[in-house]
Design a protein. Structure first.
Length: 298
């Protein structure tokens, strides 16, 4: 029992000594905790900067970016310049619906050009001939022709743009017409008409009969106060014929004023020519299929 007691006492003395050493022992550090963390962060930052990879310096990435830019520019080019051309044949009336829902009724032998994919950015088209427009409200809507440009926001109007003649009839809303040659402009409201004068500017008429001015929409002719040459050209367009000698009738002695109602589908070219010759003491002869000559009666 005595030996066991001695071993126990020795063990206790050893543990007590270890506790004393643990309490007083201090391991010397050259840097405190804050300094150690700062050093580690500096090393991490330095290491990260050395391992940074610039993707833009890689040839494959540069080529991919360049290809994307070219593709985008190509798409924009297609949207901007892709064109739709619509042309009506002799005797044909066409109805064209534009991308915004606006509608265009085209008379015979007329052409229309516009950019469908660019339409949401610019509602602009070109017209050669005659057409009636029903424009949906929205951004500015412009119709360009050789002699003038007509701009609106939302309205119904008719444009006649053939050779040297240009006239606009406003049925509803408001339109602005600007001459290409001298920049002269006029603003029309409902039941007004503007016609480009031989010199500068426009001749504006009030309280016109819009239905008579746009009779062609209903397959009818309106030949009131129009030069006979223009009347004969309309006969050519509507019936697909050729009339020689019409240029010799282009003076004040042959100002057409036919007031009777004439439906195109109920008449043919010879019916119209017979009526004109009777009114103006003219004569016509048939030269061949769809070809005629008109001249003063001898």
């Amino acid at each position: 029992m005595k030996n066991g007691s001695n071993h126990t006492n020795q063990s206790n003395d050893i543990l007590a000594e270890l506790d004393r050493l643990d309490t007083h022992l201090e391991i010397p550090y050259a840097k405190n905790r804050e300094e150690v963390w700062k050093a580690m962060e500096a090393r991490l930052e330095t290491g990260a900067s050395k391992k940074t990879i610039s993707l833009f310096r890689r040839p494959a990435v540069r080529l991919a970016i360049a290809a994307s830019v070219l593709l985008l520019l190509g798409l924009i080019g297609v949207m901007r310049f892709y064109t739709v051309d619509v042309t009506s044949s002799p005797g044909q009336l066409l109805v064209v619906e534009l991308p915004d829902g606006s509608a265009v009724q085209m008379s015979a032998v007329s052409s229309l050009t516009y950019h469908p994919y660019w339409w949401r950015f610019s509602r602009e088209l070109s017209l050669d001939g005659e057409a009636f427009f029903e424009v949906e409200k929205g951004s500015r809507f412009s119709v360009k022709s050789e002699k003038a440009t007509t701009s609106v926001l939302g309205t119904r109007f008719n444009i006649y743009a053939r050779d040297e003649s240009y006239r606009v009839v406003c049925q509803t809303g408001k339109v602005k017409v600007v001459g290409q040659a001298d920049g002269s402009e006029v603003i029309l409201t409902a039941n007004q008409k503007a016609e480009l004068k031989a010199g500068d500017g426009f001749d504006v008429q009030q309280n016109i009969n819009v239905q008579a001015e746009t009779a062609w929409i209903n397959d009818e002719f309106n030949f009131r106060d129009r030069p006979l040459k223009e009347v004969l050209e309309e006969v050519e367009r509507q019936y697909g014929v050729s009339i020689q000698g019409k240029n010799l009738l282009n003076d004040g002695n042959y100002q057409a004023s036919i007031s009777s109602r004439m439906v195109r589908s109920e008449l043919d070219a010879e019916d119209i020519l017979e009526m004109i010759c009777t009114l103006y003491k003219l004569q016509y002869e048939k030269l061949g299929p769809n070809e005629y000559r008109i001249s003063p009666k001898k």
